[in-house]
Design a protein around this ligand. Structure first.
Ligand code: ZN
Length: 141
């Protein structure tokens, strides 16, 4: 699929619950508000993190677990549909106490310390994810 025009609808802004799973909290918000298409950005801090790196040759994710408090310098993601349900795809850049950065594909197991989040809802055609043979990823069809 190529690039298509979408229109901005509502924008939501607020805080996610302390101690919650970051990816789950974002996904649950989308389910609760019927969001099928949109954009997410957030800053804050996590208690620990699990971030993925996609091994292109092996066509599978490897996951890195980071312990201890980390700053969320930037979370950037999108909302689309997979099997008819909202799916959040987000990448995150995190910094440790010395400002050293780590980043990757946000995975379950990333625990919120504090998170300030802005979610934009878009209207337009449905973006459905399906298995892409070339990359092995669930991409927009
Ligand atoms: Zn990703």
């Amino acid at each position: 699929m190529g690039l298509v025009e979408i229109k901005k609808q509502k924008t939501y802004m607020g805080r996610l619950p302390h101690g919650g799973d970051l990816l789950e909290a974002l996904t649950q918000f989308c389910v609760d508000h019927g969001l099928k298409c949109g954009r997410i950005e957030a800053i804050g801090a996590v208690q620990n993190a699990c971030i993925g790196y996609y091994d292109q040759a092996g066509q599978k994710y490897q996951f890195n677990t980071l312990e201890g408090g980390l700053e969320i310098l930037k979370l950037s993601g999108n909302i689309s549909l997979k099997d008819g349900n909202p799916m959040v795809h987000a990448h995150i850049t995190l910094a440790d106490s010395r400002g050293r950065c780590f980043g990757g594909h946000l995975a379950p197991g990333t625990r919120i310390f504090a998170c300030e989040c802005i979610i934009e809802e878009f209207a337009g055609p449905d973006f459905n994810r399906g298995d892409d043979a070339q990359t092995g990823l669930p991409l927009w069809e």
